[in-house]
Every structure is written in structure tokens, then in C-alpha cells.
Design a protein. Structure first.
Length: 104
């Protein structure tokens, strides 16, 4: 049984306001304000990804972190991406890091 979901299902799900679906991935950009804050967010993302055994692509810049998640085994979005996206957004909020909405 596949855990594939559509872009519309991902977007309509609770807890995905920080994320945009681009092609077959979900992408979010977070305004960290500093390299150190970005490292703290990436550390949290790493722990979440290892726990879920589902690993996103992460791009660290001086004042931003961009995260892209997709399920390579199904070449698209899955419930695993949805759950990880929610957890990443929650981790960012706990670190007082806001998403940059509308800009990717």
C-alpha cells in the first residue's frame, strides 16, 4: 500500500502553511537571521529526519534555511513528507524562526 498523496492533499493538510509544492516536492524557506540560528534549525531537522528515516534536502545560507522534501521511492509526495514538514515547521517555531511565505 502506497502512502502517496497529491499536491492538493499536501496543501490542504493542517500544518503545511509554511510549505509550497513545487513539482513533486514540498519546499519551505525559513528566515533564521543568522548562520548560528540556521545551524540550530538544521540540527533539529537532522534529528527529526533520522528519527523518521526520511531525509530532506537542506540548503543553509547566512540568513535562511531552505528545506525540500520528497519521497524518492514513489517519485512524489507521501504522508512521510507531510509528517516531516509539520515537524520541521514546529521545530522552527520552537526556535522562534519564521517561515518566509511566498518566496522560494
Amino acid at each position: 500500500m502506497s502512502d502517496a498523496i497529491t499536491a492538493a492533499e499536501f496543501t490542504a493538510a493542517e500544518g503545511t502553511d509554511d510549505w509550497r509544492v513545487l513539482e513533486r516536492s514540498a519546499v519551505a524557506k525559513f528566515a533564521t537571521g543568522s548562520f548560528g540560528a540556521g545551524l540550530r534549525l538544521i540540527t533539529r531537522i537532522g534529528v527529526l529526519a533520522e528519527s523518521a528515516n526520511h531525509h530532506p534536502d537542506v540548503d543553509l545560507r547566512y540568513e535562511t534555511v531552505t528545506v525540500r522534501t520528497t519521497s524518492h521511492d514513489i517519485d512524489g509526495l507521501s504522508r512521510r513528507d507531510l509528517l516531516l514538514a509539520r515537524e520541521i515547521s514546529a521545530a522552527a517555531r520552537e526556535l522562534s524562526i519564521e517561515a518566509v511565505r511566498g518566496e522560494l
